[in-house]
Structure formats: structure tokens, C-alpha cells
Design a binder for this molecule. Structure first.
Ligand code: SAH
Length: 225
């Protein structure tokens, strides 16, 4: 095998052809994702670079995959759905993400909004995610190592907040850090019973929409080195 070909396979390119990616986009569309910009960004974002080489051949399946430290890269449908919900009322400039993980959802968001502020509690995951985003030249993201239950108060308020781990209840700090009209997309519940919610800061109080059953890893407490 030639060196170039070997390198291509190692990076998973041979197994992640444009056709495979196209099939994923078609599937997301058929499952109800209708925001063309979201679909386009998912089409061009190389998900195989966000998983272990050994899993690269499955990167364009619509499924969550392990990324180490007991965590998973979110399912593409969920990334698309949550992004679409955030953007439903128009473009956003400042978005906070809780749960950077592999950085895949971060990479997608960074191509859809002006600036992303991403909080992760596990240092090694954050470091790897940072490297990937630099490699892809996605520069409008800043990272914080910390506890997402607290958000990132110093840079609040945010027009959008997305949480990619399930919370037992909606963290008060995140509600506090939403700008007027701001939108929070968050899975809430525990164990098998989890619901995706969209919470909007209205002139008076908050509106809540329940969007259906989901499955996420838990939003834990405190940072981890
Ligand atoms: N969107 C990510 C999903 C990662 S899984 C991706 O596509 O790769 C959820 C992530 O939330 C994990 O990385 C986990 O470490 C992180 N997490 C869990 N509790 C957290 C907390 N309290 N603060 C910040 N991150 C948290």
C-alpha cells in the first residue's frame, strides 16, 4: 500500500466517502431536519476526525459513539435538532455550550453562529476538542474548563445556550445567564426518562416547550482534571 493511501485509510477517509456523508444528510432530512444551513454544515463537518481512528468508519452513521472517559459524541440527528431549535427564531451571535465532549457539536455551532463559549468539566476531552477545532480552522470558539451547572457568568448574557448532557433539573445559573429573548435547549430528567426542552426568556418569565424523549449522558458536578 502506498504511503498516501495508508495515510488516507488511517484518517478514515477511505471509509467516509462523500456518498456515505450524503446518505446521512438525506436521512436527517427524512427524519424532519429542515434547516438547510444546519444540513449544509453537517455535510461539510468531518465527524470522523472527532472519534477514535478505530471508529472512524462508523462516523457517518446516525448514532452516538464512545469518545473515552465514559462519554459519547452526540448522535448527528440530535446535534442537528438542537442546532435547529436554537436557530429557529433567527441568527444568534453569542451561544454558550455546556459539555464540549469531542467538540463535534461545538464545530457545527461555530459555523452557524458568531461566537461559541464552550464549557467542559473533563480537561483531557477539552484539550483534544481544542486541537480539533484549531486543525479545522474554526476560530470563533473559546473554551472554559469548569462546571456547566454554573455556566460562564463573566461573559453572560447569551442569546442561546445548549446543554449536551442531561440535567436532573434546569440549572438556575443557566436561566440567569440567558439574554432577553434568549433560548436554552436542554435535556432534562434522569435515567431512562429524559425530555428535550426549549426554554425561552420572555419579557415576563420563561416559556417552556417539551420536545420529546431523548437519551444523554448525565450532567455531573464539578471539574475533573
Ligand atoms: N456534544 C458533545 C457531547 C459530549 S457528551 C459531543 O458531540 O461530543 C456530554 C459531555 O458533557 C461530556 O463531555 C461530559 O464530560 C460533559 N459534562 C458533563 N457534566 C458536565 C458539567 N457539569 N459541566 C461541563 N461539562 C459536563
Amino acid at each position: 500500500m502506498g504511503r498516501e493511501q495508508d495515510d488516507m485509510l488511517r484518517r478514515g477517509i477511505g471509509m467516509t466517502s462523500q456518498r456515505t456523508r450524503e446518505r446521512l444528510i438525506q436521512r436527517l432530512y427524512e427524519e424532519g431536519i429542515s434547516n438547510a444551513k444546519v444540513l449544509e454544515v453537517i455535510r461539510r463537518t468531518p465527524r470522523h476526525l472527532f472519534v477514535d481512528e478505530a471508529l472512524a468508519h462508523r462516523a457517518y452513521e446516525d448514532t452516538a459513539l464512545p469518545i473515552g472517559n465514559n462519554q459519547t459524541i452526540s448522535q448527528p440527528y440530535m446535534v442537528a435538532r438542537m442546532s435547529e431549535l436554537l436557530l429557529e427564531a433567527g441568527p444568534l451571535d453569542k451561544v454558550m455550550e455546556i459539555g464540549t465532549g469531542s467538540g463535534y457539536q461545538t464545530a457545527v455551532l461555530s459555523q452557524l453562529v458568531e461566537r461559541v463559549f464552550s464549557v467542559e468539566r473533563i480537561k483531557v476531552l477539552q484539550d483534544r476538542a481544542k486541537e480539533r477545532l484549531v486543525e479545522l480552522n474554526l476560530r470563533n470558539v473559546v473554551f472554559r474548563w469548569g462546571d456547566g451547572w454554573e455556566g460562564w457568568p463573566a461573559l453572560a448574557p447569551y442569546n442561546g445556550i445548549i446543554v449536551t448532557a442531561v440535567a436532573t433539573d434546569v440549572p438556575q445559573a443557566l436561566l440567569d445567564q440567558l439574554a432577553p429573548g434568549g433560548r436554552l435547549v436542554i435535556p432534562v430528567g434522569s435515567g431512562e426518562v429524559q425530555q428535550l426542552m426549549l426554554i425561552i426568556r420572555e419579557e415576563q418569565g420563561f416559556s417552556r416547550r417539551v420536545l420529546g424523549a431523548v437519551r444523554f449522558v448525565p450532567l455531573l458536578h464539578g471539574p475533573l482534571a
